[in-house]
Design a protein around this ligand. Structure first.
Ligand SMILES: *[C@@H]1O[C@H](CO)[C@@H](O)[C@H](O)[C@H]1NC(C)=O
Length: 333
C-alpha cells in the first residue's frame, strides 16, 4: 500500500513537472532535396524522425520524391521512432516550372491532436499576375481542439531565391483570397521564404505587402540564423501570423529556429547531410478541459483562458489535492 502510494505520488509529481505539457508545436522545415538517397541513410532518417516527432504539425519543403517512396519511408520511420503517436501526411502535387526539378509541400501531423479540415492548391492564375510562383502554395486548414484557437490555416511557401521579392509580395494575394474563401483571419504563413541576405535586400521590403501590412506579425527574430553552415547567418525561414485570435494563441517568444546540430551533438558535416536549414517552430497555447475521477470525488480542471501555465498550475493543485488525500488514507489505514 505504502510503496504503491509513493509510486503514484512520484508519477503525479512527474506529470506536474512536465513543462508546457499542453503546448502545441507548429514547425516548418526545408529538407534540402529529400528523396530516395536521403531515405537510404539511416542516421539521417533517425535525425529527421527526432526533429519531426517534436511537432504536432510539421511543414516539409523540398520533398523531391520522384519515385513516391521516400515519404512513406519517412512516415514509417516516425512510427518506429515514436510509437506513442500516429502520424499522417497531406501532400501537394509535385510543383515547379521545369520537368526536371519539382518539389512537394508536405504537412506531417499527429492524428491525436490535429485533423485536416480543408485543403486548397492555389491555382496561380490571378489576372495580370499569372504564374507568380514557381511553387504555388498548397494551403491546408487544420482543426486542433486542444489549442485555444481551435482551427487555423497554414499557407506554405518555398520561394525561388532570385524571385524572392516578387513571390513574397504575391503571397499577400494568396493570404487575401484564403481569408475571404474560408472567412477566417486565423492564418499563418510559413516556410523557407529566403527572406534575408542577398535574396531580399532591406531596401526592397517596402515592396512586399507582407512586410508593410501592420496586421501581420513576423515571429522569427531578425537576427536568428536558420542556416546550418557556419559561414552563413541568414533568417531565410520565417513564420508570419495574422493579428487577432491566432496571434494571441502564440506563446510569447516561442518562435525560433531549432538548432538540431547542437541539440543532437552533430558535426557540421553530419548536420548538412540532414539539411542546410534549421527548422523554425512556434508554440500555441493549449486549451484543455480534463476531469479526474478519484473514488467518487470528481475534480474538473479547465484552463479557461487556455494558457499552458494555467493548466500546469491546475495540475499542481490537483497533485496537492491527491497528496493530501493519500496522506489521509495512509494515516487512517
Ligand atoms: C522568376 O520570375 C519570372 C517572372 O515570373 C520567371 O519568368 C522566371 O522563370 C522566374 N525565375 C525562376 C528561376 O523561377
Amino acid at each position: 500500500m505504502r510503496s504503491s502510494s509513493l509510486l503514484l505520488l512520484s508519477f503525479l509529481v512527474g506529470v506536474c513537472d512536465g513543462q508546457g505539457a499542453s503546448d502545441f508545436r507548429i514547425c516548418a522545415f526545408n529538407l534540402h532535396h529529400f528523396g530516395d538517397s536521403k531515405a537510404k541513410k539511416s542516421d539521417v532518417m533517425l535525425t529527421l524522425a527526432k526533429i519531426i516527432t517534436r511537432c504536432d504539425v510539421c511543414l516539409l519543403q523540398e520533398v523531391r520524391d520522384s519515385k513516391g517512396k521516400a515519404l512513406q519511408q519517412l512516415l514509417d520511420r516516425l512510427h518506429s521512432y515514436d510509437t506513442g503517436h500516429v502520424y499522417k501526411a497531406v501532400a501537394s502535387e509535385r510543383l515547379g516550372r521545369s520537368e526536371t526539378y519539382r518539389e512537394q509541400y508536405v504537412f506531417v501531423y499527429r492524428t491525436d491532436t490535429v485533423t485536416v479540415t480543408g485543403q486548397y492548391q492555389y491555382p496561380d492564375d490571378r489576372p495580370g499576375d499569372v504564374d507568380a510562383f514557381a511553387r504555388e502554395p498548397f494551403v491546408v486548414r487544420f482543426r486542433a481542439p486542444m489549442t485555444a484557437v481551435k482551427e487555423f490555416v497554414l499557407i506554405p511557401q518555398h520561394t525561388t531565391p532570385v524571385n524572392t521579392t516578387k513571390e513574397l509580395d504575391a503571397l499577400y494575394d494568396v493570404l487575401d483570397q484564403v481569408k475571404k474563401m474560408w472567412k477566417t483571419e486565423d492564418v499563418m504563413l510559413l516556410g523557407d521564404f529566403n527572406a534575408d541576405c542577398g535574396y531580399l535586400a532591406k531596401k526592397n521590403r517596402k515592396n512586399v505587402r507582407l512586410f508593410t501590412d501592420k496586421n501581420l506579425i513576423w515571429l522569427i527574430d531578425e537576427n536568428a540564423d536558420t542556416t546550418v553552415r557556419l559561414t552563413t547567418s541568414c533568417t531565410y525561414d520565417r513564420i508570419i501570423v495574422h493579428k487577432g485570435s491566432f496571434a494571441s494563441t502564440v506563446v510569447p517568444s516561442s518562435a525560433k529556429p531549432f538548432n538540431f546540430q547542437m541539440e543532437y551533438r552533430l558535426t557540421e558535416e553530419q548536420a548538412l547531410e540532414v539539411s542546410d536549414h534549421y527548422p523554425v517552430e512556434v508554440l500555441l497555447k493549449g486549451h484543455r478541459s480534463t476531469s479526474f475521477r478519484n473514488g467518487g470525488t470528481s475534480l474538473a480542471l479547465t484552463g479557461t483562458k487556455g494558457t499552458a501555465h494555467q493548466t500546469i498550475f491546475n495540475l499542481k493543485i490537483f497533485a496537492l489535492f491527491a497528496l493530501s488525500h493519500l496522506v489521509f488514507q495512509m494515516l487512517t489505514w
